[in-house]
Design a protein around this ligand. Structure first.
Ligand code: EPZ
Length: 419
């Protein structure tokens, strides 16, 4: 069993290049299914979730070439419309292939993705969006069978919650549908805008991405394009939290300042000095972070739920008591018990976590239960005195490329061992 070993207490000082965003690259890879022309995706992070998406593309009949951070897809010969259980289980967010496969082939057959460590992860809004565009959806015995024998027809889709995945599936199904689709109360995350930019680069007609209503004029077919994925705002936030817990001084290259708008004030409240020059962010941390009065996770442009765990790790050693309310996922506090093993003092009541800052953490063996919770354990391990051993690091590899390499470059003592 692989594990990460950290000898904490080292100041992190240096420069890091932020990778492309996993949660943007995944829907864009699904979108390549919509065109018979070649597409090239730059700044695609090397992650196990990306590998899983590429496995699905190849299963569907695509020819995929994957070099360092560039993926080229030829989807001229799509033969299949089913994603087998084994591939769905590799990555539950494979459900984002639904809209694209349905639009390209007229049907889609998947196993229902099921829940994961952070919640039940229902897909009712995805299926609602597909049915609004004329798909017939059947769900039984864990299989999802969708068909649209007469093709997809544009219509109005009003989402009861601005679901990121449901918005992405609605866009993917609508871009080549007959007529116009209006998605109301849609997600406004930067990854939605990046997906729209990729598709408009292929000749789609999408307007309003990044706002609460998106209008899509269906086009007959799409061309190819070259696209560069936006930087990963959650990876950047995780590195900022690593600086904040080690009195660090860090430069993050390649960020998009607006995407960090929801988290920068939190680091400033913690006492960090932050300045931005173009696409570089400079962060300099105080000897000890200050407490954060209250954080509520919300849909963008609110505080991102994916940043909740790494920021909680920062508050465990803050000077005072912090309060976090997780409004998006119903069980996204799996990392609390593991942080407590490192000496953190955290009480969870339903969706609220109260973190009483302690002067310091101490190293211990811990287990990552999900991607962002695992990243939070790395942040805490960097702060802790002594040795922290983290198991379950396959979760971390889903969303953080070159994690140990980057942290080592800026002064961390962190290695990966086959335990
Ligand atoms: C995306 O998940 C991200 N994943 C998540 O990141 C992120 O936490 C989430 O958006 C919120 O920002 C990818 O992009 C691959 P949602 P998604 O649909 O699309 C409920 C990470 O760590 N809901 O916006 O699944 C749902 O239960 C991952 O990188 C329904 O009720 O998020 C949840 O409470 C974790 N019905 C809320 O909406 C539905 O049909 C937010 O889910 C869909 C969602």
């Amino acid at each position: 069993m692989e594990k990460i070993i950290i000898e904490g207490g080292k100041r992190l000082i240096g420069e890091i290049n932020v990778h492309g965003a996993k949660n943007s690259a995944l829907p864009i890879l699904a979108a390549t299914v919509l065109t018979t022309k070649r597409t090239v995706i730059h700044n695609c992070p090397k992650l196990t979730d990306i590998d899983a998406a590429i496995n699905i593309l190849e299963h569907l009949g695509c020819i995929v070439d994957h070099t360092e951070d560039c993926v080229t897809v030829d989807a001229s010969n799509i033969g299949g419309s089913d994603i087998p259980d084994s591939l769905m289980r590799e990555m539950r967010s494979s459900v984002v292939f639904l809209g694209a496969v349905l639009a390209r082939t007229g049907k889609a057959s998947f196993s229902t993705p099921g829940g994961c460590e952070i919640g039940l992860r229902p897909i009712d809004l995805h299926l609602f969006a597909m049915s609004r565009l004329g798909a017939v959806v059947k769900e039984d015995f864990g299989r999802l069978e969708c068909e649209c024998p007469n093709g997809l027809i544009g219509d109005e889709i009003i989402l009861s919650f601005p679901s990121v995945g449901a918005t992405e599936n609605a866009i993917l199904a609508a871009v080549t549908a007959k007529g116009t689709t209006t998605i109301i109360n849609c997600a406004r995350e930067p990854e939605i805008s990046d997906l729209a930019d990729f598709l408009n680069g292929c000749g789609a007609k999408i307007s309003g991405a990044g706002e609460g209503t998106i209008v899509i004029e269906g086009v007959k077919q799409l061309a190819g394009t070259e696209h560069t994925v936006i930087p990963d705002r959650i990876e950047a936030t995780t590195y900022m939290a690593s600086a904040a817990v080690t009195q660090g001084k860090m430069i993050l290259n390649g960020i998009i300042p607006a995407h960090l708008g929801p988290v920068i004030p939190i680091f400033e409240e913690a006492g960090c000095d932050i300045s931005i020059m173009g696409r570089k962010l400079y962060i300099s941390a105080p000897p000890r972070p200050k407490r954060i009065k209250s954080i509520k996770t919300m849909p963008y442009p609110g505080f991102p739920t994916d940043a909740q765990a790494p920021i909680m790790a920062m508050t465990t050693i803050a000077d005072g008591t912090s309060v976090i309310i997780e409004n998006i996922f119903e069980s996204r506090y799996k990392h609390v018990n593991e942080l407590s093993r490192l000496g953190a003092k955290i009480k969870v009541e339903g969706r609220m976590a109260v973190i009483e800052g302690v002067p310091g953490l101490y190293g211990a063996p811990v287990v990552a239960g999900d991607l962002r919770g695992g990243a939070a354990l790395v942040v805490a391990g960097l702060a802790a005195e002594g040795i922290t051993e983290i198991e379950g690091i396959a979760h971390i590899d889903r969303g953080h490329a070159d994690f140990e390499k980057n942290l080592t470059m800026i002064g961390a003592v962190i290695t990966r061992e086959n335990g």
